[in-house]
Ligand binder design. Structure first.
Ligand code: GLV
Length: 328
């Protein structure tokens, strides 16, 4: 079963994670491509490609269909595009992702968003750099604080739990909503997102972007958070109805937001950019060299394991039944 990996063709996107690229180039026969357009890869190379490294998006579907020998897709990131993933899985092609290694980093970023949205540390730092401390005096007191908040976590998976541990350490109570109650935590569980939003004033979204989660944080949920409400989104932009959020922030339905993800990245609505009561980050949840190197290694490890032992390391849940190669 172990194969000569140098003979295995792996399609490798341009500008991919550096660590994954270095390893794929060193350990496999890399087939670079600029965009997921089958026409950009010569037909004879397409016929040889057995694996695809990718940051999957729906644009990948034609490429998946144009690779007759494709056996595995290694997605960079814990989140993965549902359309192209389900398309591949329906064709019997396992898709892997990069869970676990980024949990703590993403949780750190969630707390940074929460702290900045409430205590305005970034504008306060700008105040100092712009010389205003000397010319105008102290930075204005922040209307918001973390003190006396109750935090709701929407999606208490691995990352949600890492966030919950930090929130507890900050001395704040944690509640959560999940599709089902978690057996290993004592935090109060709410059976609906609306119940959770009514019970807390701070909501942290940590759910993937699927058709089921799309726009689940809507005007009703934001109203339930109330005028002292703070929304943090570290999951996927599609989970929040961005227009409803803009309206809620403008009208004082909620007080502030901290966002790392947006509906149409890298486009961020001008209304949000103009607002002072938001902290906006360019999808940097896991973006340290330390963590991105581990994610890149996991992309490569999945490919090595598949072609050496016939097993993925971290198949996405929808592909668990394809996680091991069956005898051919
Ligand atoms: C980043 O957003 C990821 O899904 O890993």
């Amino acid at each position: 079963m172990p194969q000569n990996l140098k003979a295995v063709s792996v399609a490798l996107p341009a500008r991919f994670n550096w660590r994954a690229s270095e390893r794929i180039e060193a350990e496999f026969a890399a087939v670079p491509f600029d965009k997921p357009d089958p026409a950009l890869i010569p037909a004879e190379r397409r016929g040889e490609i057995r694996a695809l490294a990718a940051w999957l998006s729906p644009d990948y579907i034609p490429l998946i269909d144009a690779l007759p020998k494709l056996e595995i897709i290694a997605n960079f990131g814990v989140g993965y595009d549902p359309a192209s993933t389900l398309h591949a899985v329906a064709k019997g092609i396992p898709v892997t992702h990069t869970p676990n290694v980024l949990d703590e980093e993403v949780a750190d970023t969630a707390l940074a968003l929460l702290l900045n949205a409430t205590r305005e540390f970034w504008p306060a730092e700008q105040w100092l750099r712009q010389g205003k401390w000397e010319s105008e005096g102290n930075y204005p007191l922040t209307p918001l604080t973390l003190r006396e908040r109750t935090v709701g976590i929407y999606g208490l998976g691995r990352i949600g739990k890492a966030i919950a541990r930090r929130v507890e350490a900050f001395g704040l109570p944690v509640h959560y909503y999940n599709r089902s109650k978690a057996a290993d935590v004592a935090y109060p569980y709410h059976a609906t997102l609306e119940d959770l939003a009514s019970a807390v004033d701070t909501l942290i979204c940590v759910v993937p972007g699927t058709p089921e989660t799309r726009h689940t944080v809507d005007a009703k949920i934001l109203k339930a958070l109330g005028p002292n409400g703070v929304l943090v989104n570290i999951g996927r932009g599609t989970v929040v109805d961005e227009q409803a959020l803009i309206a809620a922030l403008k009208d004082g339905v909620i007080a502030a937001a901290g966002l790392d993800v947006f509906e149409d990245e890298p486009h961020v609505p001008a209304e949000l950019i103009a607002m002072k009561n938001v902290c906006l980050m360019p999808h940097v949840g896991s973006a340290s060299r330390h963590t991105r190197a581990m994610m890149g290694d996991l992309v490569a490890d999945n490919l090595v394991s598949w072609f050496s032992n016939g097993e993925t390391v971290t198949a996405v849940p929808e592909a668990r039944h394809l996680a091991k190669r069956t005898a051919q």
